[in-house]
Ligand binder design. Structure first.
Ligand SMILES: Nc1nc2c(ncn2[C@@H]2O[C@H](COP(=O)(O)OP(=O)(O)OP(=O)(O)O)[C@@H](O)[C@H]2O)c(=O)[nH]1
Ligand SMILES: Nc1nc2c(ncn2[C@@H]2O[C@H](COP(=O)(O)OP(=O)(O)OP(=O)(O)O)[C@@H](O)[C@H]2O)c(=O)[nH]1
Length: 433
């Protein structure tokens, strides 16, 4: 998993501009590989080889032009609860505003590292103006210009110093995270599984208590359930739920091996669910989709088929993902759900010996070689699985840059056909040899 950094601040100070600067290179790469829609609120960044997840909290505030102070407070509180470090951004053009002071007040009480970034310091005159931000009582500040990039290096150098070391994904027990939209039935599912009232389940959305890594042993499987219910309290539940569930999902997904994505059958696989799905995919986590509350759906012989088809359309091109129709209420197929998650976990940790990989794939490649590109012929010589915690394959060839995405997808499909990577994102690299 990687550490989480949240960017907070009032509207228009330049959070998105800075965020885009941080994730730019990375997103470009990710998009080229998977061809999926990107989300502008969170992304991966790295600085000097240290990877971290950045969240731009601004995008979540409704009507961000004339946002209520209350809203900002909540956003900041939520962000602080889930992040490992906070970048508080202010704007030298406007100077200190009342809202800045409110946020600073919240942040002064926080024990996590806070970086005060004074943005729009595009020239030396403004460097002097920035001094006033000392009065926020947050100590040293970082003058930056998100537009031209100046100052961000110093900020990032200091930021990565305080981030927790990357925790390698080696744990003896599989870690499953149950994620989904508010009210999808996550607590009910976990309850049904554990068979005891460890979690409070009620009709009011947002009542899951704090909990991280519940060890679980049942039906002969042993695993940890990851849940980071965190800071949410009943009182400030409603409006924030969507934002909250995304924050919580990010945290939980970072921690898990397999993401159990639960959706409410009566609401369908909507945009929010899709966001969580792609977040898990981009993090190379295993994924199982559970369609919950299946007991509420009027069924005929077509229902499962139609539902499956709709979901698969939404998750193109990564459609090799198991979908299980369950009811946390009647406990229908909850065993099957866990069994499937265990299979996906195994698929994700699978290692294919180089010999076998080549024996299977080279003849296929010989029969259907990469199409000639600009008159050049690509010759793939051998393939090996990289020693990463999730499946990544290197195809060694003479002209790696000439292999296009459609052919990579062809190779991925062949890998899936022969070795079963159901539920697991697979990455393919072309390497020069
Ligand atoms: N001069 C200058 N302008 C900047 C800089 N960074 C951002 N801006 C401008 O400030 C405005 C707001 O930037 P955004 O990145 O959208 O601000 P935001 O904080 O994400 O705003 P919300 O999305 O409303 O929360 C835009 O017009 C940017 O072009 C900077 O370093 N210098
Ligand atoms: N009919 C039916 N109702 C269900 C099922 N699973 C959950 N529910 C109901 O859906 C509501 C929400 O369930 P929760 O388990 O609290 O949902 P949650 O996803 O944990 O919600 P948050 O804590 O808000 O994230 C409750 O009223 C449950 O009784 C199901 O399989 N069938």
């Amino acid at each position: 998993m990687s550490a989480i950094v949240a960017i907070v601040g009032r509207p228009n100070v330049g959070k998105s501009t800075f965020f885009n600067r941080l994730i730019q290179r990375r997103e470009a790469i990710v998009d080229a590989v998977s061809g999926v829609t990107r989300d502008r609120h969170y992304g991966k960044s790295d600085w000097n080889g240290r990877e971290f997840t950045v969240i731009d909290t601004g995008g979540y505030v409704l009507g961000s032009d004339d946002v209520f102070e209350k809203e900002i407070d909540k956003q900041v509180e939520l962000a602080i609860g889930e992040a490992d470090a906070v970048i508080f951004m202010v704007d030298v053009e406007t100077g200190i505003t009342g809202m800045d002071e409110d946020v600073a007040k919240l942040l002064r009480k926080v024990e996590k590292p806070v970086f005060l970034a004074v943005n729009k310091v595009d020239n030396t005159q403004r460097l002097q103006d920035a001094v006033e931000f000392y009065s926020l009582g947050l100590g040293e500040y970082y003058p930056i210009s998100s537009i031209n990039g100046s100052g961000s290096g110093e900020l990032l150098d200091d930021l990565i110093k305080v981030l927790p070391e990357k925790i390698e994904e080696k744990s003896e027990l599989p870690r499953f995270a149950v994620v989904g939209r508010p009210n999808a039935g996550k607590s009910s599912f976990i309850n049904a599984l554990i068979g005891e009232d460890r979690y409070i389940v009620t009709d009011i959305a947002g009542t899951t208590r704090d909990s991280i890594d519940t060890r679980y042993n049942r039906f002969g499987f042993e695993f940890n359930l990851v849940d980071t219910a965190g800071i949410r309290k009943k009182s400030k539940v409603r409006e924030d739920l969507e934002f909250y569930s995304v924050m919580r999902s990010i945290r939980a997904i970072e921690h898990c091996d397999v993401c159990i994505l639960l959706l409410d059958a009566t609401r369908g696989f909507d945009g929010q669910v899709e966001n969580i799905f792609w977040l898990a995919q981009r993090n190379n986590k295993g994924i199982v989709i559970l369609v919950n509350k299946w007991d509420l759906v009027e069924k005929d012989t077509q229902s499962v088929k139609q539902y499956t088809k709709a979901i698969k359309q939404a998750i193109e091109p990564f459609t090799d993902v198991p979908i299980v129709f369950i009811s946390a209420l009647t406990k229908q197929r909850i065993y099957k759900a866990i069994e499937t998650a265990v299979e996906v976990y195994k698929n994700r940790s699978k290692r294919i010996p180089t010999r076998k990989l080549n024996d299977v794939l080279l003849p296929i490649i010989e029969q259907t070689p990469p199409p000639a590109y600009k008159g050049k012929y690509v010759k793939i010589k051998y393939i090996t699985q990289l020693p990463t915690p999730y499946p990544q394959f290197a195809f060694f060839c003479n002209l790696p840059q000439y292999v296009r995405d459609p052919y990579k997808r062809f190779l991925e499909n062949k890998l899936r056909e022969h070795f079963d990577f159901t539920g697991v994102p697979v990455t393919i690299f072309m390497r020069k040899k």
